[in-house]
Design a protein around this ligand. Structure first.
Ligand SMILES: Nc1ncnc2c1ncn2[C@@H]1O[C@H](COP(=O)(O)OP(=O)(O)O)[C@@H](O)[C@H]1O
Ligand SMILES: [Mg+2]
Length: 227
């Protein structure tokens, strides 16, 4: 299928700490296609973040191959991976990692400027994107002047402004109360598009059930549950 965004083939991941091995992923195969909204569940320490980092080309598997839009990145240089990430992959973390010395608007502008857009064009687009997440009235607020939910909405705006093919979210609502978590999740539903895949790790059963399908990690294995 040419809808494929991610393919993992026989991925294993092992961390070695003071000569003790922690095996996190065992021979994982996975395919995620355009248009899919997918949740990733599993107990704390089961490997959700590890898997997301491997998919984001931020971490190397111990063995196996990672494909992004059909290209095999197993042997690629850091430069190549940086480039494809900048062009096509966005990550949202539990703690939003906004730059504290920059306003909401500037935080959202930066990824576009990094991609080579002019400052004025980036500003226009950032304003539109912040209006999509209902933050038009907070453009010049610094992160410390925003609520947790507002900060996370800025992080979502920052992640989508480059129109990535893939959005990865690592427990994006983990530090939010349930109403605010719901608001952020509604944004994911709004961002669902036939050209994009969204994969989000969550502890929240209710939110995970709202995906097109669920992936669960347990003991290094991933299983898919349709619901
Ligand atoms: N850099 C590392 N070195 C050693 N062990 C690690 C490292 N990163 C993660 N781990 C271990 O791998 C397992 C999976 O971690 P993680 O992917 O963060 O789980 P989750 O996100 O599901 O809570 C945990 O047991 C963790 O302790
Ligand atoms: Mg984690």
């Amino acid at each position: 299928m040419n809808n494929e965004i991610i393919k993992l083939s026989k991925i294993s991941k092992k961390f070695t700490r003071s000569s003790k091995d922690v095996i996190v992923l065992k021979n994982v195969n996975l395919e995620i296609n355009k248009g899919e909204l997918v949740s990733l569940t599993g107990p704390s320490g089961s490997g959700k973040s590890t898997l997301l980092h491997i998919i984001a080309l931020l971490d190397q598997p111990t063995s196996g191959e990672v494909f992004f839009k059909k290209k095999n990145f197993s042997q690629s240089s850091d430069n190549e991976k940086d480039l494809v990430r900048r062009e096509g992959i966005s990550i949202i973390y539990q703690q939003n990692n906004l730059l504290s010395d920059f306003t909401a608007l500037e935080n959202v502008i930066i990824p576009l400027v990094n991609k080579g857009y002019s400052w004025s064009e980036s500003t226009e687009k950032a304003k539109k994107t912040l209006s999509l997440v209902n933050l038009s009235k907070r453009l010049d607020h610094f992160p410390s002047e925003l609520s947790g939910g507002e900060q996370q909405r800025v992080a979502v705006a920052r992640a989508i402004i480059t129109e990535p093919d893939l959005i990865l979210a690592d427990e994006p609502t983990g530090s939010l109360d349930s109403n605010t978590a719901d608001e952020i999740f509604s944004l994911f539903l709004k961002l669902k598009s036939k050209n994009r895949a969204i994969l989000y790790a969550t502890h929240n059963r209710e939110l995970s059930n709202r995906a097109d399908y669920k992936l669960n990690i347990l003991d290094g294995n991933i299983t898919r549950k349709n619901e």
